[in-house]
Design a protein around this ligand. Structure first.
Ligand SMILES: *Cc1c(COP(=O)(O)O)cnc(C)c1O
Ligand SMILES: [Zn+2]
Length: 375
């Protein structure tokens, strides 16, 4: 059966209901049986929508797309070890968030909604704003006051109404939740359709590796939109019999704000953990990840782990990849810093995948500061 299902009380709802959370207050997940008609898939465009039988949308007329996805998977060498890097910074709005936005905004069109709200530290807001512009849907985006000017400009240019909220990332989430009492919440952390988009990265990885699953995938984790998306995607592939096990998922957090790391270490519940100091990895500094419990479950189920990285390691990783010609934002460099840490003691002959999540052009001021420190 295809349903929305509550993660907490297991109440079920129709996929056509215009809701984004359960009546009990908890977040929703989607039960959907994905299929992969490989011969058809092979003949389609190189976009994430080639897996349309694996995405819960009733009518493909509603798809809102820029033909995004199927990003290049390039092998890079780190200390003699080969790592496959998925170049998710090359998406239309400059981050992988377009995967989630494409599916969520398509669903929003299918539901006949005319306006949405979202809150974001930047990239999710850019993605929702762009896809809403393409769909002709009005949107309001709540961002923290100190969000990168490049991201705010991008959101406004797409025609969204931007609300800059003083205070922390949590304050803008709170402001958006209030607005979401009246307007549908196109949230990348709450809304389960967003994860039905990010899961397509797992499909592409498998296809690009000749329908084989990697051994380990190293991903950022704040709200877990990519990590959980990959988890759901690999599970779909397992259920369809295309792979026989999910890879180990390794989540990377910034030491400045690492509630998941601490909960994982102490084998305890995720506790609110405000950033200890300002981090370069603004995109993953999530003090209160609403799907925290679900993220820890995914790490456990795949025999994965969570690592933390310091600011110095983030800078080093950013410069390392830039000197090879890849321009990524500091939040994306945090994942590569975690990858470098993992490789120090990783077993030989593993198939390792990691990701460039966001484009460097989004964070010019931060990168200028990193360069100034080099001299
Ligand atoms: C959103 C984002 C992340 C991490 O996402 P979470 O959903 O918070 O786990 C990492 N890098 C970039 C560039 C992002 O935009
Ligand atoms: Zn419930």
């Amino acid at each position: 059966m295809n349903n929305l299902i509550c993660s907490s009380c297991a109440k079920k709802f129709s996929l056509q209901d215009r809701i984004w959370k359960c009546s009990c207050g908890s977040f929703l997940d989607i039960e959907f049986s994905a299929s992969f008609p490989i011969e058809k898939i092979r003949r389609r465009n190189l976009s994430m929508w080639r897996y349309q039988e694996a995405i819960p949308l009733n009518d493909h007329e509603n798809i809102i797309t820029f033909q995004e996805g199927f990003s290049p998977l390039l092998p890079l060498n780190f200390w003699g070890k080969k790592v496959w890097i998925k170049q998710e910074h090359l998406f239309p709005t400059g981050s992988y968030k377009d995967r989630g936005a494409s599916v969520l905004v398509s669903k929003i069109k299918e539901l006949g909604l005319k306006e949405v709200v979202e809150d974001s530290s930047g990239n999710a807001g850019c993605a929702i704003a762009a896809y809403c512009a393409r769909a002709g849907i009005k949107c309001q985006i709540f961002v923290p006051y100190d969000t990168s000017p490049a991201k705010v400009a991008q959101i406004e240019a797409y025609g969204a109404r931007v609300h800059r909220i003083p205070g922390s990332r949590e304050d803008s989430a709170h402001a958006a939740l209030e607005a979401a009492e009246k307007i549908y919440y196109a949230s990348h952390s709450w809304n389960p359709f967003f994860f039905q988009g990010t899961k397509t990265m797992a499909f592409e990885l498998c296809e690009q590796l000749g329908w084989h699953s990697p051994d380990v995938v190293i991903l950022p984790v704040g709200n877990g939109t990519l990590l959980l998306g990959c988890f759901f995607g690999f599970k779909d592939l397992c259920q369809a019999g295309l792979i026989n096990k999910t890879p180990r998922l390794l989540g990377i957090q910034a030491a400045a704000c690492a509630p998941l790391y601490w909960a994982w270490r102490k084998n305890s519940a995720v506790e609110l953990s405000l950033p200890k100091y300002e981090t370069l990895a603004e995109g993953i500094a999530i003090a209160n990840p609403i799907r925290g419990r679900q993220i820890l479950q995914a790490i456990k189920e795949t025999a994965g782990d969570i690592l933390i990285v310091e600011e110095g390691e983030i800078k080093e990783a950013l410069i390392d990849v830039a000197r090879r010609g890849f321009y990524i934002e500091p939040t994306a460099a945090a994942t590569i810093a975690g990858l470098r840490k993992y490789l120090r003691s990783s077993p030989p002959a593993e198939t390792i995948v990691s990701v460039f999540t966001g484009h460097g052009l989004k964070a010019t001021e931060k990168i200028l500061r990193i360069l100034a420190d080099l001299h």
